[in-house]
Design a protein around this ligand. Structure first.
Ligand SMILES: NC(=O)c1ccc[n+]([C@@H]2O[C@H](COP(=O)([O-])OP(=O)(O)OC[C@H]3O[C@@H](n4cnc5c(N)ncnc54)[C@H](O)[C@@H]3O)[C@@H](O)[C@H]2O)c1
Length: 183
């Protein structure tokens, strides 16, 4: 199992839970000190590897390491993400592009790389940050569209869902996995 953004927060909590359930977890992040500390705490079921989700080479190296270390990779938690706090009117284009790169292109690169390993392992489909949770939030975002505040996140969540669905349809092969995605 590969967890991105796993050095802290939701990713770290997920890695701990997975390891408790005896999964072997590759914790990845750009926060090396926190990531290394987490895998020391978890113990032998976890490894840490630096992975910037915007980098295709980082992805390949991390997945290669997980396959060498665990024998196979059969699940991915595409958790890493950043926020842009500015409202649309104030958000610099480069900040918007950075959020897209991490939160959306990163998801695509993760699926693209891990699905090849999953095909080799013939395991379950990727888990994604924001499957049910994000869909609810997108709906809530529509109802509250006139409120002030950060406006980037709901659109990105929708993008993550669409990228995930499209890549899922094109890369998976079982009814079971489809049911998992339809939530
Ligand atoms: N906490 C919430 O209420 C909430 C709500 C909705 C969505 N989310 C999403 O869930 C995910 C986890 O949230 P969290 O609260 O644990 O956030 P967090 O900021 O605590 O953790 C995110 C992790 O992603 C890592 N990261 C950032 N950029 C990266 C990159 N380029 N490559 C690899 N790792 C990178 C960070 O270093 C960090 O460890 C995020 O994607 C967030 O947007 C969180």
């Amino acid at each position: 199992m590969v967890v991105t953004g796993g050095a802290r927060g939701i990713g770290a909590a997920t890695a701990r839970l997975l390891a408790e359930g005896r999964a072997r977890v590759l914790v990845t992040d750009v926060l090396d000190a926190e990531g290394e500390a987490l895998v020391r705490e978890i113990g032998s079921g976890a490894l840490y590897r630096r992975l910037d989700v915007t980098g295709p080479d980082d992805w390949q190296e991390a997945v290669d390491l997980a396959e060498r270390s665990f024998g196979s990779v059969n699940a991915l938690f595409n958790n890493a993400g950043i926020l842009a706090w500015a409202s649309v009117a104030d958000c610099p284009p480069e900040e918007f592009r950075r959020v897209l790169d991490v939160n959306l292109v990163g998801v695509f690169l993760g699926i693209r790389t891990v699905v090849r390993a999953m095909r080799r392992a013939a395991g379950p489909v990727p888990l994604h940050r924001g499957d049910l949770l994000d869909r609810k939030r997108v709906r809530r975002g529509r109802r509250r569209r006139h409120r002030a505040g950060p406006a980037v996140a709901p659109g990105l969540r929708a993008g993550v869902i669409i990228v995930s669905r499209i890549t899922h349809r094109r890369t998976t092969w079982s009814r079971t996995s489809r049911a998992c995605w339809s939530g």
